[in-house]
Design a protein around this ligand. Sequence first.
Ligand code: HEM
Length: 127
Amino acid sequence: RKPLIPFEEIGAEKLSELIDQFYSKVAVHPDLYPIFPDDLAETARKQKQFQTQYLGGPNLYTEEHGHPMMKARHNPFPITPARADAWLSCMAEAMDDVGLEGNLRDIYYKRLVLTARHMVNRNGEGN
Ligand code: HEM
């Protein structure tokens, strides 16, 4: 059996659909839209590049933007535990929408939970 590379299992097309669905939810989520740009096209483009490499595909994000340094890149934005939960709920709904299921979904989602928690940089009590 060939090695499991999540990016190859999902495929570029479905990953692109997933990210588009995800940002359509972010755009209307009351906890999230205030900290995002009004036009999410460029954000989605970068996120597709990032998720491609996060899932073991080609390093598209790094090739264009340099080292990801995701925690540092998120520091300007106030990310509370509630916003991390909101981000993950948008992603879970997007996974439902594109029919991402089973073991692959579980592994991917669990990784995103850890990364989302790592992005938390405010405690939600005024700092
Ligand atoms: C960019 C919020 C979690 C990957 C951003 C931006 C915001 C944001 C406000 C800036 C958008 C822009 O100006 O274009 C959040 C919140 C999160 C979260 C509230 C909740 C925990 C994550 C996670 C990942 C991620 C878990 C990766 C697995 C990215 C990427 C960018 C980005 C790749 C684009 C960076 C760039 O401008 O080059 N995020 N994020 N984020 N986020 Fe997140």
